[in-house]
Design a protein around this ligand. Structure first.
Ligand code: ZN
Length: 336
């Protein structure tokens, strides 16, 4: 799947954000009436658009084309979405702990005047980690929150605000991000993660209103499909016909069978690349070891035959043929 960080789609403006509309509208109004606070705490579960809103707010604050709104496409907007604008900085702990050095870096940055615009926006992601080892980083940070430099706005993004020092929380305007609706998650999966509508709806149903859960479930489902495809092909190579047929019978749903066949075709591609001595063409690095063993075994038909078989099976599945029988026929055709 596409390597998209679920909480960081940085291309929305306050006007175009597809979720958290109430928050976007309130922030736009605060900015346009000159009442933007010096520090905001964006609090809520992972994957509900907190960073998307933070970047949209930064665009609205700095965009010269559409001041107060952000155009999303000008040089300023594009640079800040790409994290290369000098007045929009994002800070995140590299490990489990937000250490004092990083806090000092933030404070030094806050003390410098903006390079280009009238304001700078400093995103601090997971400030709750400033208290994990000692309170020193949080206390140092607090000092600046108490006397914020005139033209810096802090945007604290917290997935677990209960861990923050109360004194930090009380210096910020708290914005509580609710979970997304199932419809919003479904739409985002289709629009931003390239999922099919039916699959997106299924993932969204148990994602509990967050894109993180939904996209992780998608990645897990994808890994499970490659796992199944490899298991079947390894069984074929070992002469384990019964095992392969059991896998066919265990696959009940048509969509699931189509995904399994597609995963088999992908594995066939990997095996062919390895047999041709072109490992640079590999698409599934996580499975390279097992694909290498399959390639070395010589126990599978040629990639062309595998692809032809998978293509025929996919057509049959789309034409409403029996799911288990179609898979059985495919897997049996691989047994020499
Ligand atoms: Zn712009």
């Amino acid at each position: 799947m596409a390597a998209v960080e679920p909480d960081k789609p940085k291309r929305w403006t306050l006007a175009s954000l597809p979720y958290q509309r109430g928050i976007a509208t309130a922030l736009a109004r605060a900015l346009q009436t000159g009442r933007l606070a010096h520090a905001y705490l964006f609090a809520g579960p992972r994957g509900v658009g907190k960073e998307a809103v933070a970047y949209a707010l930064a665009a609205a604050a700095l965009c010269p084309e559409q001041p107060g709104e952000g155009c999303g496409v000008c040089n300023t907007c594009r640079r800040l979405f790409a994290d290369v604008h000098p007045d929009v900085r994002r800070y995140e702990a590299t490990g489990a702990h937000f250490d004092l050095d990083l806090v000092r870096e933030i404070l030094a940055e806050a003390g410098r005047p903006p390079s280009e615009g009238r304001r700078k926006l400093l995103l601090v992601v997971e400030p709750e980690k400033m208290t994990y080892r000692s309170d020193a980083p949080a206390n140092a940070f607090l000092k600046t929150l108490e006397e914020p430099p005139g033209n810096a706005t802090f945007l604290l993004v917290s997935h677990d605000p209960r861990q923050l020092l109360p004194t930090v929380v009380s210096r910020c305007v708290a914005v509580h991000f609710p979970r997304l609706t199932t419809a919003e998650v479904t739409e985002a999966l289709v629009r931003d993660f390239g999922r099919e509508a039916a699959e997106a709806a299924e993932l969204a149903a148990w994602a509990e209103g967050t894109l993180t859960e939904a996209s992780a479930a998608g990645a897990a489902a994808e890994a499970a499909r490659y796992e199944s495809a490899l298991a079947v092909m390894e069984a074929v190579v070992r002469g384990g016909v019964v095992e392969a047929l059991e896998a066919a019978q265990a696959t009940r749903q048509r969509e699931e069978a189509l995904a399994l066949v597609a995963a088999c075709a992908e594995v066939a591609h990997e095996v062919a690349a390895l047999q041709a001595g072109t490992p640079e063409a590999l698409r599934l690095p996580a499975w390279e070891g097992r694909c290498r063993e399959l390639a070395a075994s010589g126990g599978l038909p040629s990639a062309e035959e595998l692809w032809a078989g998978c293509g025929k099976a996919a057509l049959a599945l789309r034409a409403n043929c029996n799911v288990a029988l179609t898979l059985e026929e495919l897997f049996l055709s691989w047994v020499s």
